[in-house]
Design a protein around this ligand. Structure first.
Ligand SMILES: [Zn+2]
Length: 360
C-alpha cells in the first residue's frame, strides 16, 4: 500500500474542486511534496500524533494527511467532492493514476534485493533529455558535468524537432550549430564522456515522423514520440505500428503520452506494437518523468514478454531532473526487464554501434 500515492491523489482531488486559484495551487504543491518524499509518510508521524514539518505542506493539507493516516480516507475531501458537482470529473481523474510510483516507492524498488532487472550501477547513460536549444533549461556543458557527476558515460541530447514549435523545436540549421558544439565537447571530454547527437521527433497522426529521411540521417539517435491525440479513446494501433516501422527510429519515446491524473494517452493494441518493435529492433522507452512514467511496469512486463529492447530515460528538462532516470529504472526492476535488453546498460561502444547500424 503506497500511502504517499494515496494521500497525494486525494490532495490533487481536493485541488481540482477549489474555487480560488490560490488554494488550488496550495493543495497541488502539497500533493507534489508528498509524491517527492523519500520515505513513507507514516514514518513522519510523531508520538504526539502530529506530523514532522514537511516543506510546502500547510495546516489544511496537514489535516487531510492526518485524517487519512488515522482512518484510511479523508472525510473532508470526500464530502467536499460530493458537494462540488464535479464528482464525475474527479472519478475520471482517479482512473488516470494507475501504476504511478511515488518517489518513496521508486527508492524502495531500487533497494529491494528481491527484484530482478537493472541496478543503478548498471545504468551508463540517459537517452532522452532537453537542453536550452529547445524547451530545456540545461546547457550542453551542464549536461556533461551532471552526467559525469552521476557516473554516466554518455547522454543523448534529444531536443524537440522543428515539427513541434510549441516545445520550441529546433530548425535543421540550429541543429547543425548544436552538433558543432557537441563535437567540441566530445573532443574536450574524449575518453571520459560522450554526448550523443539526438532528436525527439514527433509522431504524426498517421504514424509518420515529422522529419525527412535525409534529415534523420544527420542524427546519431532518433527518439520518436507522440504529442497529439492523447485524450481520445479511438484505437491508434496503426499509428504506433507505423512509427516503430519507420526507418531510422531507435526509440519509441513515452509510448502512450499519458499524464498523471489528466490524460490517458494513446489507446492501442500494445502487444501488436511491441511485437512489431521487437521485429524492427526499436527500443521501447520507460520515460521516468514522474508525471509520465510511460510505459509503466505493468505494461513493460508485456514488452518483456514480446522480447523488446528497452530504453530507460529521464526526459529531463533541467539537470535536477536527470534523477528521473531512477523512476524509469524502478519500473524496469518491477517489470523484471533483463539488463542486457536495456540499451542504456550496454557499453558505450556497443551502444554507438547499435545506433549507427540503425541510421536511416
Ligand atoms: Zn516528448
Amino acid at each position: 500500500m503506497d500511502m504517499n500515492g494515496k494521500i497525494a491523489a486525494l490532495l490533487r482531488d481536493f485541488a481540482a474542486i477549489q474555487k480560488s486559484k490560490q488554494s488550488m495551487w496550495g493543495y497541488k504543491r502539497a500533493a507534489a511534496a508528498i509524491l517527492a518524499l523519500e520515505e513513507p509518510i507514516e514514518s513522519l508521524l510523531q508520538p504526539d500524533g502530529t506530523l514532522r514539518k514537511i516543506p510546502n505542506i500547510g495546516p489544511s493539507s496537514s489535516r487531510v494527511i492526518l485524517e487519512v493516516l488515522k482512518t484510511g480516507t479523508s472525510e473532508t475531501v470526500e464530502r467536499a467532492i460530493a458537494g462540488s458537482g464535479q464528482k464525475s470529473d474527479i472519478e475520471r481523474r482517479r482512473d488516470l493514476r494507475g501504476h504511478f510510483l511515488s518517489r518513496a516507492q521508486v527508492l524502495a524498488a531500487l533497494r529491494n534485493r528481491k527484484l530482478g532487472g537493472p541496478e543503478l550501477g548498471d545504468y551508463h547513460g540517459d537517452l532522452q533529455m532537453h537542453s536550452t536549444w529547445s524547451d530545456g533549461s540545461q546547457t550542453l556543458d551542464a549536461i556533461v558535468e551532471a552526467g559525469i557527476a552521476r557516473g554516466y558515460q554518455f547522454c543523448g541530447v534529444t531536443d524537440h524537432s522543428y515539427g513541434l514549435p510549441i516545445a520550441r523545436g529546433v530548425s535543421m540549421h540550429k541543429l547543425f550549430e548544436q552538433h558543432r558544439v557537441i563535437d567540441g565537447l566530445n573532443e574536450q571530454y574524449s575518453g571520459r564522456f560522450r554526448l550523443i547527437k539526438g532528436i525527439e521527433a514527433n509522431i504524426r497522426a498517421d504514424g509518420s515522423v515529422d522529419m525527412e529521411p535525409q534529415e534523420l540521417r544527420q542524427l546519431e539517435l532518433v527518439v520518436a514520440a507522440p504529442h497529439s491525440a492523447l485524450r481520445t479513446t479511438t484505437d491508434q494501433t496503426a499509428r504506433m505500428v507505423a512509427a516503430v516501422k519507420t526507418k531510422g527510429v531507435h526509440i519509441l519515446g513515452h509510448p502512450r503520452g499519458r499524464m498523471y491524473g489528466s490524460r490517458p494517452g494513446v489507446s492501442a493494441d500494445w502487444d501488436r506494437v511491441f511485437e512489431t518493435a521487437k521485429k524492427t529492433g526499436v527500443a521501447i522507452e520507460i520515460d521516468g518523468d514522474p508525471a509520465r512514467q510511460d510505459i509503466d511496469h505493468d505494461l513493460a512486463k508485456r514488452a518483456v514478454d514480446s522480447g523488446c529492447l528497452f530504453a530507460l530515460d529521464s526526459d529531463a528538462h533541467s539537470t535536477r531532473e536527470l534523477r528521473y532516470a531512477e523512476t524509469a529504472i524502478a519500473h524496469a526492476r518491477l517489470a523484471g526487464v533483463p539488463k542486457d535488453r536495456i540499451v542504456n546498460c550496454w557499453p558505450v561502444d556497443e551502444l554507438l554501434e547499435w545506433l549507427k547500424s540503425r541510421r536511416a
